[in-house]
Design a protein around this ligand. Sequence first.
Ligand code: AMP
Ligand code: ZN
Length: 489
Amino acid sequence: MTNKLFIYNTLSRQKEEFIPLHENFVGMYVCGPTVYSDVHLGNCRTFISFDLIYRYLLHLGFKVRYVRNITDAGHLEGDRDEGDDKFAKKAKLEQLEPMEIVQKYSLGFHDVMRAFNTMSPSIEPTATGHICEQIEMIKVILTNGYAYEVNGTVYFDVEKYNKEYPYGQLTNRQLDDLLANTRELDGQDEKHGPLDFALWINAKAEHLMKWPSPWGWGFPGWHIECSAMSSKYLGDTFDIHGGGMDLQATHHTNEIAQSQACNHKAPVKYWMHTNMLTVNGVRMSKSAGNGFLPGELFTGNHRLLDKGYSPMCVRFFMMQTHYRSTLDFSNEALQASEKGYRKLMTAMELLDKLKASSTTTSDIITLKNNCYEAMNDDFNTAVLVAQLFEGVRIINSVNAGSETITASDLDTLKKLFNDFVIDVMGLMPEASAGNGIADGLMDLVLSIRTESKTKKDFATSDKIRDSLKQLKIAVKDEKDGTVNWTYEG
Ligand code: AMP
Ligand code: ZN
């Protein structure tokens, strides 16, 4: 067994041994959501993957400062430097204050994260709460000569920067290559070079979210917030920076450039990127219109869904695939995960009741080593899950009497399941999974509801539905007359 943790570093394109900058401490920054609409399941995959990484680092005994920001300003339509602010546009559409939009979707995001049993980050800074830090950083970049101002907008000078630092290093691209794939500038452009990007954007009079700056009223560009907030809370160089793969080419490339231009230091030791959640091979995204909302998945209320799936079943579905592989969404895959998850939970219940013998016929130590080996190999949960199912096989065999286990091995096995299933993978038993009492009670309540509907006693059936809703239990009437329920707490 290897005791060393290896992490795939996007920057070097290989797995590297993880050696933190400060012994026993880890600083980790993950790009959080842009809170102008509900998070879809693809976003959740990225956050759940980093929750797993956070949990495993904690399990290994590291003291982790995990920073995940909330983007509540500066992210423009189409991720470019022109167009409407995403928040302002939504605010106009919904006739709300931009900060009402931010509040509404931040709360929604936290509810979803709680349903998936993700741990809260140590710090969750917002872009609007760090305008001063962003302005200060832009001032230094200007002083260092890597930016220029045009009509109240400050641009980062990519070609100048590239003379000293390799701008495209994160995606292994040369500048000429990148320039060849960029739209030519025309006479209307303020920018000096086609790859230049805005650090600060001049606000038009009608713009809703704006702040005073040395360059007039404006708002920060999208990339600067992450550079400013990560260096504030984790230092000019820190251990791990993460996000979805789609952020590599622009957002993270620009973050590196800004931080280098400001501090003359590489900001991050290990860059980690999660692969995409896809639907029929197409990346799930807000713009593609194929984004499931977690609530739709829990209730089954979506045209692509045969039924609802509980948050823990969905979390388990995600754990079955390594974070760097694409994960394709389908009803069949989720149904298989539901079976797998229940099998795992049933085995855990059984584990508590197993009787020890004087001998062990199974090799529990090898099983334990294999679990650590899987996780030390770049957090490979796909292999970990396969190993845990070997554990499930042992549990079932011991229960059936075809294998035996000593008291000390039984303790090891219990701790192993508790450590990896509950603490590391963040799974937990649910009301709807394998809990006989809850299932029985729900059957009873739902049969009373069906009866009252048949008798046209809608007062009773509505009362049942509303009370269940308050308990965060969603009820769905299927076309074939069956009634399904899911716990969304
Ligand atoms: P956004 O709210 O669009 O800024 O995205 C928040 C996070 O979700 C970023 O780290 C994205 O890279 C990630 N993300 C967006 N779409 C997907 C997807 N389909 N699968 C996995 N992660 C995604
Ligand atoms: Zn970011």
